[in-house]
Ligand binder design. Structure first.
Ligand code: FRU
Length: 500
């Protein structure tokens, strides 16, 4: 038997209960979003609710804050908010099919045996062709044993001309296991290939469950390759989430909602899971309350040199609970458990905002805040907030809604005085019904911003203000007036402090 664990714990784990030790002067390091003590994190992997505990595995390089030599990091949580770092779950095996890295995958309960299916990256393979591998765990998910006959498939299905082949979503249906593997079909587009098996170890290729079209741009372009498929029933529909990829330049997750019948998927609606440039490669799990909970990787938006200097790269998003609205939209709300982190709440109501009055919220400041703000829009054309503002406003990030364009946007043009960061405006469509208020639910956590708008649009960004006093908040409108009907704010506690 080949055991996978080369190391007992992530480097820096000594500071398990206080993830900020050694990072106290790091203005950019989040304190209530999950990240390893140091080095590199990307995709969430193997999400599973196991015997009353949430388990989060993740793509992890224990040696440096760069994407290389991928392991599976591991953490667990009882409340979905506070996390405990656990020993590395999977490490590459020299000479094995994953010698070049243990890439993304999923976890399933195989009749009581926790089982991971992941992409082995054979060091010698040409880029793109990873191979499916399997590992089984002990009952606490702490030690993992790789299947002796890995890989589960030596190569992709022979009759397909593929650009890439990796990442797994596995589920059981009528006693049979099914698996999706992400792919790109040359000159066609991204694809999810469907396989079946009786024992999780021997797989038969069926057909593509869904195929994109690389030449189609409306309603949205889905790239040439689909990474990290996630396929699940939600309410009375099925949802397929893929991460659209194109030549290392394009990365965004797309959802499709539709019917699943006779092992074929018929998508009716599709959209972006997140309008920002940061959220990627999401995966979800179901918990004991039947909730579908999704995490995504929040990619960095500053230079590789800055990431090396910081000693860490990559943050996990907050947990998002998914559902489908009556009109068919994908609904995403932050898990209510996050309310446990709220401190020093402040409530205000009925604030009139006009273009000529800049509403500075003098006593609400911070880099770790939760903000719930509801707007009744009168004749304003743009309404929103400026956050992470320096006193002289040389640094500020705009989170706003363009009424005429029906767009939610985050403008990072002046978010940072540093030249090492990505700026620009990210936006996405949000149509408000007649009389519907704009409801922004915003999480600020150092370099992370996550915005949930009206429970059905998300926009996550990374911002890197250079000044320690870039903490202010303004309310503003353009073109006319609006009323803030409610403004609730809280300071947010660290998830590494003992639970209260
Ligand atoms: C997505 C991804 C996956 C791959 C993993 C490697 O971010 O590229 O397709 O398995 O990351 O770390």
């Amino acid at each position: 038997m080949i055991t996978s664990t080369k190391r007992s714990a992530p480097s820096g784990q000594q500071s398990e209960m206080n993830n900020t030790v050694g990072h106290l002067t790091d203005l950019q390091r989040p304190v209530y979003h999950f990240l390893p003590p140091a080095n590199w994190l990307n995709d969430p992997n193997g999400l599973i609710y196991w015997h009353g505990v949430y388990h989060l595995f993740y793509q992890y390089n224990p040696d440096a804050p760069i994407h290389h030599n991928m392991h599976w990091g591991h953490a667990s949580s009882i409340d979905l908010v506070h996390w405990t770092h656990l020993p590395i779950a999977l490490a590459p095996t020299d000479g094995g099919p994953d010698a070049g890295g243990c890439w993304s995958g999923c976890a399933v309960d195989d009749d009581g045996v926790p089982t991971l299916i992941y992409s082995g990256n054979p060091a010698s393979s040409s880029p793109g062709f990873q191979v499916p591998c399997l590992a089984t765990g002990d009952e606490n998910l702490l030690t993992w044993t790789k299947y002796a006959n890995n890989p589960l498939m030596a190569s992709p299905p022979a009759n397909l001309d593929l650009l890439e082949f990796r990442d797994h979503c596995v589920w059981k249906e009528d006693g049979i296991w099914y698996q999706l593997i992400g792919a790109g079909i040359r000159d066609v587009g991204g694809a999810c290939l469907l396989f079946r098996s009786r024992d999780l170890r021997h797989w038969e290729y069926m057909h593509p469950l869904a195929v994109g079209n690389k030449d189609r741009v409306i309603p949205l372009w889905t790239g040439t390759v689909w990474e990290c498929p996630d396929f699940f029933p939600l309410d009375d529909q099925h949802v397929l989430i893929i991460s659209a990829w194109y030549q290392r330049t394009t990365h965004y997750p797309v959802y499709m909602i539709g019917a699943y019948a006779a092992h074929h998927f018929f998508p009716k609606d599709e959209g972006l899971v997140d309008y920002g440039s940061s959220f990627y490669a999401p995966q979800s799990m179901v918990d004991d309350q039947g909730r579908r909970i999704m995490f995504g990787w929040l990619r960095e938006g500053w230079s590789l040199d800055s990431q090396r200097a910081a000693g860490w790269s990559g943050v996990m998003s907050l947990p998002r609970v998914l559902s489908i609205a009556l009109n068919g939209d994908l609904m995403m709300v932050p898990a209510p458990e996050l309310e446990r982190l709220r401190r020093d709440g402040q409530q205000r109501a009925n604030i009139e905002v006009h273009p000529t009055t800049r509403k500075v919220l003098e006593d609400i400041r911070g880099a770790q805040l939760e903000i719930v703000v509801e707007w009744q829009i009168h004749d304003a054309t743009v309404v929103g907030l400026k956050v992470r503002c320096s006193p002289d406003r040389t640094e500020e990030t705009v989170i706003a809604y363009d009424v005429q364009e029906q767009r939610l946007f985050v403008d990072r043009t002046h978010a940072s005085l540093s030249q090492e960061v990505t700026g620009g405006v990210q936006h996405g469509r949000l149509v408000l019904a007649d009389g519907e208020h704009l409801k922004l639910h915003i999480f600020l956590d150092a370099s992370v911003i996550e915005v949930f708008a009206n429970d059905r649009a998300c926009l996550s960004e990374r911002v890197y203000p250079t000044r320690s006093d870039s903490l202010g908040i303004d309310l503003f409108t353009q073109g006319g007036a609006a009323t803030v009907t409610h403004l609730n704010t809280w300071e947010m506690a660290s998830i590494w402090a003992p639970c209260e």
